[in-house]
Design a protein around this ligand. Structure first.
Ligand code: ZN
Length: 275
């Protein structure tokens, strides 16, 4: 699933290509992708002739602020990614289930193998209220250690699971939770309540370091994520543990282990992430 760095990459790419464009029409062969309004024809009618005034990210959500106080929200979920113009041919770029037609004659398309993506049209004010339910933004200027400590202090559950809880911190998913905990040398099974201040600090620092590195590299394309040009992101050479089961830990040489936490594959080094 595209996580914060991938969504951030998409948003930055979109800002250079579709800002100030107007939606002329929209097509789909999978009406369930449009969740709000539920009736696709109604969605189509409301979206037509709205101009894109601002594009930003909150957690894993892409938000297009439109004219007349509307906002379009796209959550790419498991395998969705947006493509624009003449995108690069690639197997994962061929599952086009939604097309936005723009006033410059170009198409903004959603490729989504699993068809779990979510597209919603909101009144901007209502959407902003809804987004307040999300947790801290880990790349925001005000993401301070004290704030991070405060939101974690009464959280039950294993640290990896809590890092992936969008109501606690927004934007971290399975790939980066594994990478962050490896970087911080913390065992993914450790209960949040058992983390010392020093350990919390290490996790906090690793969050900033890993996410910034991944944003700079334009995201991870080990799965279906592609940039709007259809090209892959460049994080792969920096990936240390995720989907590296049986390979050597780049820090200590022990074999990377895979295990499951809450049904999700978790990768870690049993030697340097002992506690
Ligand atoms: Zn190791």
């Amino acid at each position: 699933m595209p996580e914060l760095p991938e969504v951030e990459t998409t948003v930055k790419d979109l800002q250079t290509k579709v800002l100030s464009r107007t939606f002329v029409d929209v097509w789909t062969d999978t009406k369930k992708i449009v969740k709000k309004p539920k009736d696709f024809e109604e969605f189509r009618k409301q979206l037509k002739s709205k101009k894109i005034q601002k594009i930003w990210r909150r957690g894993k959500n892409i938000i297009f602020e439109l004219s007349e106080d509307y906002s379009l929200l796209i959550h790419q979920k498991l395998t969705g990614h947006l493509l624009y113009g003449e995108w690069k041919k690639d197997r994962v770029n061929t599952y086009i289930h939604l097309k936005f037609f723009l006033d410059n004659g170009e198409i903004l398309a959603l490729s989504d193998l699993r068809k779990f993506a979510k597209v919603e049209l909101w009144k901007t004010e209502e959407l902003l209220e809804e987004l307040e339910k999300l947790g801290l933004e880990p790349l925001a200027k005000d993401f301070a250690f004290e704030k991070f400590k405060e939101v974690l202090k009464d959280k039950r559950g294993k640290v990896k699971q809590v890092l992936m809880d969008q109501k606690v911190i927004a934007g971290i998913g399975n790939i980066y939770a594994s990478e962050i905990l490896w970087e911080a040398k913390i065992n993914p099974f450790k209960g949040v309540l058992k983390l010392s201040d020093e350990e919390l600090k290490k996790i906090y620092q690793a969050i900033g370091k890993i996410l910034k590195k991944a944003v700079k590299a334009k995201g991870e394309s080990i799965s279906d994520f592609r940039r709007i040009s259809g090209e892959k992101g460049g994080f792969d050479p920096f990936r240390k543990v995720y989907q590296k089961e049986g390979e050597k830990c780049p820090r200590c040489g022990a074999k990377i282990k895979r295990t499951k936490i809450a049904g999700r594959s978790t990768y870690f080094c049993p030697t340097c992430q002992k506690t």
